[in-house]
Design a protein around this ligand. Structure first.
Ligand code: FAD
Length: 308
């Protein structure tokens, strides 16, 4: 099969996911222009290949098996436009880079996101959040490209149907290409102070010392947990930390293969020594079973498990 010159064959995915799991893909392309994207989509269609869209791979568990299609890493990472009240950025821009630009220009509001290793597109797709904030609240519009017919679409914030760690894009076959975000001028010194504090908070938690995908499961809505099962749990924004339930099942520090339920946060699984996806999946299943047995709660994955 004739490939386009920017498409690589048989690529290891270890450096493209924060878990550092060594999956493999038959084809791989880093794409920063719309022209190359459209050509790649046509090529994949012509060759009947499945497509997986990748941001920074910080919420993903790749399978140990070889992906038989093409992984397209979105690297459209420039500021496109700054209007009076909004900024338009490429979906491949890293959130940390965006925060730095916000800091330089004195735009406030996104300080809480400091430390999230996401692209803007991934943050929209997953509606990344923390400390009571959601990325979706800052989104004015999203411009996408349909994977199958290459048609462009524009979504308003309402159309995106943002919810706790979710958006309409989880049900679509579309590439988030550009995102228009609300901006608001603030006090530079205050923005810098807040940004630093959030960073230090995340560092203290120990999350960056190991390879992981952040939280494995979504937190649990307190209203869904019988009173007797949530005694002693702290409730924030109506939710209980899933780590609390896993910890109560004495699973902190549990190892399987090269993976371990971290000792610093029970809702984080870390890669301690060449972990395979199957090791992580095994620990995920143990958490689910034990938490269900003790609390009758069905845990739901926050990470996206790619099984092919
Ligand atoms: C150390 C660490 C800390 C973290 N802290 C937080 C936190 O505080 N809050 C939080 O919410 N999350 C956190 N996460 C998880 C993760 O960073 C977020 O879920 C993030 O939104 C994922 O973005 P990404 O670009 O890495 O997406 P990826 O992991 O690459 O992809 C995630 C999903 O989005 C899709 N996708 C990505 N880009 C696009 C695009 N352009 N178009 C269409 N689909 C796309 C992918 O197909 C995939 O299904 C953390 C992760 C780590 C490793």
């Amino acid at each position: 099969m004739k490939t386009l010159h920017w498409i690589k064959k048989d690529v290891l995915l270890k450096n493209y996911n924060t878990f550092r799991i060594n999956g493999k893909t038959k084809y791989f392309a880093k794409i920063s222009s719309k022209d190359k994207l459209i050509k790649t989509l046509h090529w994949a269609k012509k060759n009947s290949l499945p497509i997986f869209i990748l941001g920074n791979g910080s919420n993903i568990l790749f399978s140990d098996k070889r992906y038989q299609g093409i992984v397209i890493k979105i690297e459209n990472n420039k500021i496109k436009k700054i209007n009076k009240k909004t900024i338009v950025v490429g979906a491949g821009m890293m959130l940390m880079e965006l925060l730095q630009k916000f800091l330089n220009k004195g735009f406030e509001g996104l300080e809480w996101a400091n430390g999230i290793p996401a692209t803007v597109g991934g943050a929209v797709f997953c509606n990344a959040g923390g400390f009571g904030y959601d990325f979706g609240k800052f989104v004015k519009k999203v411009r996408t490209i349909d994977l199958t017919i290459c048609k462009e679409r524009i979504y308003s914030q309402k159309d995106c149907k943002f919810q706790y760690r979710g958006s309409i894009f989880k049900k679509k076959k579309e590439i988030i290409w550009e995102v228009e975000l609300f901006i608001k001028k603030g006090d530079k010194a205050k923005i810098r102070g807040k940004t630093k504090n959030y960073w230090q908070y995340r560092i203290k938690k120990g999350l960056f010392k190991y390879s992981s995908a952040g939280s494995i499961f979504k937190n649990v809505f307190a209203k869904n947990v019988p009173l007797k099962h949530r005694k002693g749990a702290s409730i924030k924004q109506g939710k209980i930390s899933t780590g609390w339930f896993i910890e109560k099942c004495n699973l902190k520090g549990k190892k399987y293969g090269g993976a371990m339920i971290s000792a610093f946060h029970a809702n984080v699984i870390i890669n301690i020594k060449n972990a395979k996806a199957k090791d992580v999946l095994h620990l995920i299943n143990i958490c689910k079973k034990k938490v269900y047995k003790r609390f009758k709660i069905k845990l739901k994955e926050e990470i996206i498990v790619i099984d092919y």
